[in-house]
Design a protein around this ligand. Structure first.
Ligand code: SAM
Length: 262
């Protein structure tokens, strides 16, 4: 029988949940500013957060005025997210990302997914579903632990606070090209494929990143539906890192954005 390297992902994150936000993991800190910048203004947008975990992205998205739907299959992570985001405009959905998403076609203006790709077997299915639920003028930003981290034998892992055991929930060593080509095959046009390494200043703040100074830890894909493969008759948006979604920051009249703002 062949072992499934992903069989422990859900349980692993259930165990990780209580300490996930406080265990000094440098990757979310390195990632967040880049994802925020790539997503741009989300005011009034319907945003889908795939693999939301404890709600790190959902929290700032809701704060920035988005209507957020946040999906994860770990009840433990979702419990933390619900607790931390009580009162925020976030709808949580328990769902396995290896299955078809429980949302209609073109029902979101933006899709974000933070640090999930290494846990997914079917990248084609994941990107295809992200594209399906996105409007023709939408945008998507997906981040991943950089595949170069696997060359250093690094992957998602944590120390279980109850047992002291080091636990790796389960990851697959995808290549950067696997992400890119899955996105292209799903009908995305790539605006950017960015790779980030911690610098000395970051390492001072996050000492756990010390051995990775100058080493690519993070990849971020910024995409939008490729007009050339968009099936609808909707006019094609021009390629832009921050496609029109809502009123721009500083706008004095957000009414023009309409009910969804997008
Ligand atoms: C590294 S955490 C990232 C959480 C959050 N996006 C962030 O960046 O802080 C990965 C998340 O993906 C979720 N995940 C992994 N595989 C999944 C799957 N097949 N279906 C749903 N969620 C999954 C895990 O439960 C976990 O919450």
């Amino acid at each position: 029988m062949i072992d499934d390297p992903l069989s422990g992902v859900r349980d692993g994150y259930d165990r990780w949940a209580s300490v996930y936000d406080h265990d000094g993991n440098p990757l979310p800190a390195l990632e967040e500013p880049h994802v925020r910048e790539a997503l741009g203004d989300v005011r009034g947008c319907r945003v889908l957060d795939l693999g939301c975990g404890t709600g790190r992205h959902a929290a700032w998205l809701a704060e920035a005025g988005a209507r957020v739907t946040a999906v994860d299959f770990s009840e433990g992570m979702l419990q933390q997210a619900r607790h931390q985001l009580a009162g925020a405009d976030v709808r949580f959905v328990v769902h396995d990302l290896h299955e078809r998403l429980p949302f209609g076609d073109a029902s979101f203006d933006a899709v974000v997914s933070g640090l999930v790709l290494e846990h997914l077997r079917d990248l084609d299915g994941f990107f295809r579903e992200a594209r399906r639920v996105l409007t023709a003028r939408g945008r998507a930003v997906m981040s991943a632990m950089h595949p170069a981290m696997f060359l250093r034998d690094s992957r998602a892992r944590f120390t279980d606070p109850d047992t002291g055991e080091v636990v790796a929930p389960g990851s697959l060593p995808h290549r950067l090209g696997d992400f890119v080509m899955a996105a292209v095959r799903a009908g995305f046009a790539l605006n950017d494929v960015a790779e980030y390494a911690p610098d000395a200043g970051f390492v001072r703040q996050y000492p756990r990143a010390a051995s990775y100074e100058g080493w690519p830890m993070l990849a971020v894909l910024a995409m939008q539906p490729d007009p050339a493969v968009t099936r609808t008759a909707t006019p094609s948006p021009a390629a832009s890192p921050t496609p029109p979604c809502s009123a721009r920051p500083g706008s004095t009249d957000s009414r023009s954005a309409g009910p969804s703002g997008c």
